[in-house]
Design a protein around this ligand. Structure first.
Ligand code: PMT
Length: 404
């Protein structure tokens, strides 16, 4: 599949090189168009070397007089041969041109000729972003159905702090990949996801936890957001940035996770419990540090609330997906958990396989469905697995409704 990467003239233009690399890693062929001012920030050679393809820099620059006279006009050809147009950074100037239909260079001309999905990743100074002209242009572009990714808030190159920073290239690439598959199939859904570990205090300085990094749950949140869902991500303590566009509710303990999830479940149409919730906790945490005096110490642990089971008993017609982290008997244990907790699907995760599961960027799972199917999903990135889970979840919901 081919995508056009349009690069606007802003300091974030250098990040478009990373975006090109990430898009190619998604299996997409990248054709780059640099605006004249983008060429002041980054050279065409960078993109040509990264993508192995010719870079377009100007409306007439790459064409001979013969080409111009031929019926094949390049911007029309590029529009026809590519499935997605992504513009990153989309400057205030480009947003204004697109909103008003100006066509005075290759990228703005291509925009008018392009009929496929369009992804815009704005980046600019905070005041420019907040200016009523930009706000109005954005609302025109949103109304046309373009996917707007970011901007993020933070320290900007101009010295100000606020919204305006280009979204994480990984996030932009995920939205482009979903757009390339033409997936808006979660639009209108509210997806509630739990991710990461919980921490159960033993005393003021120690706690019990597990190896969950949050990567699987965050990949699910990113995929749902890219496919048009509103996403609420209830996250235990992790060290990875939240996907832009996703509402994050941070919690620490299993009890806090339970309260956050149950408190938001009414809003959700799909609930996914990928968190590695501690099964036990200390109910009476001492106010001071446990001293190293005795030779042995015993912990008196009580079970934490089983959040998935509680959701199962109250889920109504919501689709409920749990995970099962197992070291043996994956299918039978996943099936047992699905029935006991009244889930519609369990993502069975063998967690003693090298290079997958906890902490890794990769995973390898088996989807155990309430319809009786079991679907093995071969080793892939957590982002890819997340999309596969949603593909099957939507199919499962149709099958469950049809059987009612
Ligand atoms: O975060 P990563 O590093 O990316 O790793 C991903 C993962 C390995 C954590 C993830 O893929 C995974 O397997 N998550 C489930 C971990 C787990 O707690 O499995 P379990 O078999 O113990 O629990 C079964 C289900 O019950 C899970 O949906 C769990 O969220 C839920 N549960 C468990 C205990 C509890 N008190 N309440 C729950 O809701």
């Amino acid at each position: 599949m081919n995508v056009v990467l349009g690069v606007g003239g802003g300091i974030a233009a250098y990040k478009a090189a990373e975006l090109a690399r990430l898009l190619m890693r998604q299996g997409l062929q990248v054709n780059t168009v640099l605006t004249h001012s983008a060429g002041e920030f980054i050279t065409p050679l960078t993109f040509a070397a990264l993508t192995g393809r010719k870079v377009i820099t100007d409306l007439f620059a790459n064409r001979s007089a013969e080409d111009i006279l031929s019926s094949s006009v390049e911007h029309i050809q590029v529009a026809q041969e590519n499935q997605v147009l992504v513009v990153a950074p989309a400057t205030a100037d480009l947003l204004a041109k697109f909103a008003h239909g100006l066509a005075d260079d290759f990228l703005s001309t291509l925009y008018l000729a392009f009929t496929g999905p369009i992804v815009l990743a704005p980046a600019m100074n905070t005041n420019m972003w907040n200016h009523p002209a930009t706000v109005a242009n954005l609302s025109v572009l949103r109304a046309r159905g373009h996917r707007i990714v970011g901007p993020d808030a933070g320290d900007l190159a101009c010295g100000t702090v606020g919204p305006g920073r280009l979204a994480d290239p990984e996030q932009i690439a995920a939205v482009v990949a979903a757009a390339a598959l033409n997936k808006e199939d979660l639009s209108g859904e509210v997806v509630l996801i739990s991710a990461g570990p919980t921490q159960e205090p033993l005393d003021p300085v120690r706690y019990i936890t597990n190896r969950s990094s949050g990567k699987m749950g965050y990949a699910l949140a990113e995929a749902a957001n890219a496919r048009g869902a509103q996403v609420i991500l209830v996250s235990g303590p992790v060290h990875i940035p939240p996907p832009p566009g996703v509402e994050v509710v941070s919690v620490r303990t299993a009890h806090q996770m339970r309260d956050a999830i149950v408190g938001r479940m009414e809003e959700a149409t799909i609930i996914i419990k990928s968190a590695a919730v501690a099964d036990y906790y200390v109910s009476t945490v001492p106010a001071s540090k446990i001293k190293k005096t005795a030779a042995r110490v015993s912990l008196d642990l009580e079970p934490t609330p089983d959040i998935l089971a509680e959701l199962g008993s109250r889920k109504g017609d919501r689709l409920l997906i749990g995970f099962a982290a197992e070291t043996s008997d994956l299918i039978s244990e996943s099936r047992r958990k699905m029935k006991a907790k009244k889930a519609d699907m369990i993502v069975g995760n063998l967690v003693n396989v090298d290079g997958t599961g906890f902490e890794s960027d990769l995973n390898e799972v088996t989807l155990v469905m309430a319809t009786g199917e079991t679907i093995p999903v071969a080793r892939a990135t957590k982002r890819e697995i997340a999309h596969i889970i949603f593909d099957h979840a939507l199919r499962l919901r149709l099958a469950l409704h049809a059987s009612q």
